[in-house]
Design a protein around this ligand. Structure first.
Ligand code: HEC
Length: 221
């Protein structure tokens, strides 16, 4: 669906007015009949629009459709590109790179990302971080953490990691021993499987088109 909210609002007012006027022919605009019809018609029109938007959203947020990538996106390079029409950055999927040295099938990728989400919940990362804006505000929003240029610019050279996922794993394994900003992330003693799953979840999430959110990277001072 490619209508803006303003187009939908104007269309709703227009349609409600036309139907009300047709139903109230002969009744003056001050008569109770006109206003009763207006109330009923606008409620029905808005109910219809709400239902339509609900189904439209449900379709767009399904993995592999609209704004949300397929699970197998973890096998590809992901970067941000400027979209002139939308006037914001959108995630774009590049060449196939594999993830931790292999190409994950749809089912394997789902299991891994699902485990990442479970780990994220059980370790309560959101006690400090946010995901899609939800959580606590001690540390950064992790929605686009995968895309942070810092991994390539700073952590890959420092750890000698060949890929971004390895650099993130090295950092997350022991954050106190790594470069950090003024706020510190403790060592959560994550094992290698948990790290792989968490990073898969973060990589998948970074390819979601979040309407440009969060707008920037960086540490919280
Ligand atoms: C006690 C608070 C706390 C908890 C719990 C926590 N973190 Fe952090 N995390 C931080 C802080 C603070 C930073 C920022 C460090 C810095 O300034 O570089 C950070 C940074 C990060 C980064 C780098 C972000 C970026 O954009 O470069 C990632 C990734 C990350 N955390 C993942 C996690 C995951 C996954 C969990 C759960 C397993 C978690 N964190 C739990 C405090 C926390």
């Amino acid at each position: 669906m490619d209508y803006s909210w303003i187009q939908i609002a104007v269309a709703a007012v227009f349609i409600s007015t036309v139907i009300t006027l047709v139903l109230s022919r002969g009744a003056g605009w001050l008569s109770p009949t006109f206003w009763r019809n207006a109330a009923i018609v606008s409620s029905l029109v808005m109910t219809f629009i709400l239902l339509w938007l609900t189904f439209d959203t449900a379709g767009q947020v399904r993995p592999g459709a609209g704004h949300v990538p397929d699970w197998t996106v973890i096998n590809y390079e992901i970067h941000l590109v400027w979209d002139n029409e939308k006037r914001r950055q959108v995630p774009a999927v590049g060449a196939e790179t594999g993830f931790f040295g292999k190409t994950w099938s749809e089912e394997e990728a789902f299991d891994l990302i699902n485990k990442g989400k479970m780990t994220l919940q059980s370790r309560n990362c959101m006690e400090c971080h946010q995901i899609l804006g939800n959580g606590a505000y001690y540390a950064t929003d992790l929605t686009r953490a995968w895309l942070d240029p810092w991994w390539e610019e700073r952590i890959m050279p420092l750890t000698g990691a060949k890929t971004r996922e390895e650099a993130m794993a090295a950092w997350l394994k022991n954050p106190p021993a790594m470069p950090q900003g003024p706020r510190k992330m403790p060592n959560l003693h994550l094992n290698d499987d948990e790290l792989k799953a968490l990073i898969a979840f973060l990589k998948w999430m970074s390819a979601i088109d979040t309407n440009g959110f969060p707008p920037r990277f960086g540490v919280i001072q």
